[in-house]
Write a protein that binds this ligand. Structure first.
Ligand SMILES: Nc1ncnc2c1ncn2[C@@H]1O[C@H](COP(=O)(O)OP(=O)(O)O)[C@@H](O)[C@H]1O
Ligand SMILES: [Mg+2]
Length: 305
């Protein structure tokens, strides 16, 4: 699998503070990669280093497998800090100025405004925009030169639930257009909802790296109930893709193997003429796993320091 960026042993010290330590990470092409971690874990410093605005203490990174920094830069769209827009200029005119600075054509302006849902508001002054609209314009500005990868730092910070949902939809659309997205977030929910892959940073160290769907599907208990629990239990125990069945007041819980899911189980029950009165997938959610991972790392950190 090709990597959009390959990071090797990247390290940043600010005096005694180890902001990022020995970070090695490959971000797969066309993934939506979430760099997840609590405040102060080194996310912004990492993005700063790979975007050439923070000088690493040591380590390397390689964009697109190529050392040509100037050519690579044109393939990267990013928002590390909110870009400065002119309050009295329209959205479209602000983007024209950015296109001039980045030396790309105006051709993408309308298309990009449409993508972020601001086409109808393109002639309105920036100062009349809500926080969510301002953030969407910032994303539009990062997409102006049609980059292959988009890098975002905490893209939904400060937004209301509707604003958050809009940004998430935009990120998903950008990914559907075949672009790689790298976003830093302290919000697990955000990573779970939009990312395909994620890495967890804690005290500057990468403590976990994997696919989102693999993690959230790790443990898979399904609750089932029917009018005849004894018959149900018998059938569940005969189901070939279960690890165990246990009885919990008025219902049964079955642990499925990786080969199965709630749909298959439902089809199996139907085949055996059992109509469930209750069917519910109970996953060990990502949040619990995230907290477990952080706890474990915190204990290790405490024992080393
Ligand atoms: N310019 C700086 N000077 C000194 N310390 C910094 C600087 N930038 C970040 N740090 C420290 O580095 C650590 C990581 O910060 P940061 O990368 O901003 O984390 P995050 O983005 O995950 O919240 C924190 O302890 C922070 O205080
Ligand atoms: Mg940050």
């Amino acid at each position: 699998m090709k990597s959009t960026i390959s990071i090797q042993n990247l390290t940043k010290y600010y005096g005694r503070i180890h902001a990022v330590e020995n970070l090695s990470l490959d971000i797969p092409d066309k993934s939506v990669f979430g760099l997840l971690g609590p405040n102060g874990s080194g996310k912004t410093t990492t993005l700063g280093m790979i975007l050439d605005v923070v000088i690493p203490s040591s380590g390397n990174y390689l964009w697109f497998g190529s050392p040509n920094k100037k050519a690579n830069r044109q393939r990267i769209g990013s928002i590390l800090e909110t870009p400065c827009f002119y309050p009295y200029l329209s959205a479209a005119n602000n983007l024209k100025i950015i296109a001039d600075i980045k030396q790309c054509s105006y051709n993408n302006i309308d298309k990009t405004l449409a993508l972020v849902g601001l086409y109808e508001r393109k002639s309105d002054k920036f100062k009349t925009f809500s926080l969510g609209m301002k953030q969407r314009l910032a994303i539009a500005s990062a997409l102006l030169c049609d980059p292959d990868v988009l890098v975002l730092d905490e893209p939904t910070n400060g937004l209301d639930p509707q604003g958050i949902a809009e940004i998430r939809n935009i990120i998903k659309q950008i990914a559907q257009h075949g672009k790689t997205v790298l976003l830093a977030s302290h919000l697990l929910d955000e990573v779970q909802k939009v990312c395909t892959h994620f890495g967890v940073l804690h005290h500057g160290k990468l403590i976990y790296n994997g696919k989102v769907n693999e993690v959230s599907g790790e443990e898979y208990w399904v609750e089932v109930a029917s009018d005849n629990l004894l018959e149900l239990e018998d059938k569940l125990k005969k189901y070939p893709h279960q690890h165990s069945v246990r009885s919990e007041n008025e219902k049964l819980a079955v642990l499925l193997t990786e080969k199965s899911n709630i749909k298959d189980l439902s089809a199996y029950l139907y085949e055996h003429k059992i109509i469930p009165t209750h069917l519910f997938a109970r996953r060990k959610n990502l949040e619990q796993q995230f907290l477990d991972i952080l706890n474990q790392s915190e204990n290790e950190y405490a024992s080393q320091n």
